[in-house]
Structures are given as structure tokens and as C-alpha cells.
Design a protein around this ligand. Sequence first.
Ligand SMILES: Cc1cc2nc3c(=O)[nH]c(=O)nc-3n(C[C@H](O)[C@H](O)[C@H](O)COP(=O)(O)OP(=O)(O)OC[C@H]3O[C@@H](n4cnc5c(N)ncnc54)[C@H](O)[C@@H]3O)c2cc1C
Length: 380
Amino acid sequence: MNFELNEEQQQIKYSVREFAESEIRPHVMDWDESQHFPDELRPKLAELGLMGVLFPEEYGGAGMGYVEYATIIEELGRVDGSVALSVAAHNSLCSNHIYSFGTEEQKQRYLVPLAQGESFGAWGLTEPQAGSDASGTRTTAVRSNGGWKVNGAKNFITHAIACNTLVAMAVTDKTQGSRGISAFIFDKSMEGFRSDKKENKLGMRASETASVVFEDCYVADENRLGPEGEGFLQAMQVLDGGRISIAALSVGIAQGAYEAALKYSKERQQFGKPIAEFQAIQFKLADMGTQIEAARLLTLQAAAMKDAGKKTTRQSAMAKLFASETAVRVSEESVQIHGGYGYTKDYPAEKYWRDSKLCTIGEGTSEVQRLVIAKQLLKA
Ligand SMILES: Cc1cc2nc3c(=O)[nH]c(=O)nc-3n(C[C@H](O)[C@H](O)[C@H](O)COP(=O)(O)OP(=O)(O)OC[C@H]3O[C@@H](n4cnc5c(N)ncnc54)[C@H](O)[C@@H]3O)c2cc1C
């Protein structure tokens, strides 16, 4: 068993860290305050292969695996959760759905520009009345003129406004429950498909989250992803991969918050010495460091299993659950170690804390992860 990244993986980690420090760190608070979605990063992300991390070169991707992917998302999350979330949603949700279930033609038409960063991807499962219970999807697709007429809405969609391509789930047969849901690829230029309200969020404020609306939107049958009725099952498989990226994002946020706390604890003096010399602060740092290591190991285990072609439903959910709750705990302790200054925007601790909370909600809440894990454990 080898717990070290190999030389190539370390090189990837180093170059993403350098990129995040130089191109993202200086702007983090401005983007957060103004909720600016930094689409201007896209060419640079593409140059580094970060718009198509998981896809083979023949589809315009970087041909990397999940261990590299988790490492990349962690490094971005260490500096800015929003950019990491954006890269994760683009890669493991929209693009990966097309890569995993699309035809060769769909891959050439949609995946190649996504992987090369020429287009931005979004993925629509959640609806106002169907969140944790995604099988309760109400958006409908009804056969019409050799294609489908789609009506309904999706909310909380990452890149709903900036995207060119959206993969979304819609009910094609009401009588079949979750087996009556199919997946479709939408193009922003399609008539009857538009984005709507942008959310004003607690954290992840530089990641764009908005609704999409379908009003008699005609989509050709050639844009259906896989067989009719398999959209929900496909979405669950896509989430097995996606949850590894949210776990990695959580590890990155926790790492960033911990580093900020460590630095501050050595600088801040009270009672005539640095607060790092108080055992109460040392114990906090020890717990933070230990929990981060554990979260990283769970994440890399799920990633390595995915690279080995194994089913990771349980490991992905465990990594996502543990890492996201670690991110919230560690970033809260980081605020505590910063004292009153941690409560201000002059220090990065409060932003890590705000950003971390998304990780226990997006791609399935902590409660849903526990349901998934328990189901897998009881099945064994
Ligand atoms: C910033 C952001 C970005 C997002 N991006 C996307 C995206 O790109 N695409 C997309 O499709 N979705 C996206 N989402 C949606 C996200 O996946 C959902 O918010 C999440 O799945 C929870 O659904 P909900 O908000 O409707 O909460 P609800 O399902 O209403 O849950 C409310 C509470 O009830 C609990 N609960 C629900 N059912 C159960 C149960 N059976 N047992 C125990 N507890 C339960 C939940 O855990 C939660 O605590 C995003 C959300 C956010 C905030």
C-alpha cells in the first residue's frame, strides 16, 4: 500500500497550487463580495487541462484519473472553494455524464468543446419540489415531432447562466417512477430554454448558482442520453464520481482554513506569548490536522477505487460525508483561533467557514449520504 502521490501527481499538485496562488488568491475576497463569477479564468483553466481532467485526449481532455482530479480540486479549494466547485461541477457532473453515457456523436459534439474549455457545462437534477428526493422530478419531456417537448424548472444549478451545455433529467413516463426519468443534453441556444434567478448565497459566492426554465423547449431525440428511463440511474452513478470531488473540495477548504489558523496562532501574542503556546490552541490544531488527514485518506481511497474501475457508492458517500463535516468543523475552529479577527473579512477564516457549509448540502446532504451508506452496509 502506497500513501504517497507519485512524482507526476506531485507535479500536478504543485502547478495547480502555483496557479491558484498567483491567479486566484489575489482576487478571492473581491469576487466573494461582488458575487463575481470569474469566467475569465476559463482559458487558463483549459490550458492546464482543468476543464477536461478526466477525459481521454481524443475527447479534448487531459486523460487524468480520479486521484489527480481529487488532488486538483483540493488545491483549488485550499485557495477558493468557489473556483473548485465550478471546476468540479463542470467536470464531474455535466461533462462526465456525457462521457459516461453519451454516443460517440454526442461526445464529439458536446464533450470535446466542454473538455477544451470552449463551452461551460451545467447539470440539472434538483428542482424546487425535488431536492433530496430527486426521484420526485416534475420536469416533463413529452414526445413531439420525432423529438421531445420539455416543460419544467430546475433550481440551484451551478453555471445555469454561464453554461452553453446543460444535461438535465426529465420525466418521460410518469407511470414508472424513478425508472421513468430520462436524461437530455440541452444547448443554450435552444428556444424555450432560459436561465432565471441567480441565488444570493451565504458562501461559494463566486460560483454561479441559478435556476433554469424549460417552456415548450424542443429537444431532438438524438440529444437523449442513453436509453429512455435510465436518467435517474445514470444520475446516481454520476454522483458517485461527483461526491469524490466534493470530498476533495472539502479537504481543500479544511486545509486552507487550518493553514490560516496555524499561521495566525504563531503570530498572535496574548499573555506575553504566541497563542500557539497555549495547550488549548495546540489541541485544536492537533484535532484539525488529524481530521484533515483522515478525510484526505478516505477521499483518495474512493478516488483510487474509481481509477481501478470499482463501484464506489459507499466509499464516495463516506468520503463526502466525513470530509464535508470535517471542513465545517475545521473552518469553525479556524475562526475561533482567530478570535474577534476571525469574525471579520480582514482574515480568510470566515470565508472558509461560509464556503464549507455548501459541502454538507450539495450533491446530497449529510443525511442523504448516511442513507446511502446505511443502504450499502445493510446490503452487504
Ligand atoms: C451552491 C449550490 C450548488 C448546487 N449545484 C447543483 C447543481 O449544479 N445541480 C443540481 O442538480 N443541484 C445542485 N444543487 C442542489 C443540491 O444538490 C440540493 O440543494 C441538495 O440535494 C438538497 O436538496 P434541497 O435543497 O431541496 O433540500 P431538501 O431535500 O428539501 O432537504 C431539507 C432537509 O431535509 C433533510 N432530508 C430530506 N430528506 C430526508 C430523508 N429522507 N431523511 C433525512 N433527512 C432528510 C435534508 O438532509 C435537509 O437537511 C446545488 C445546491 C447549492 C446550495
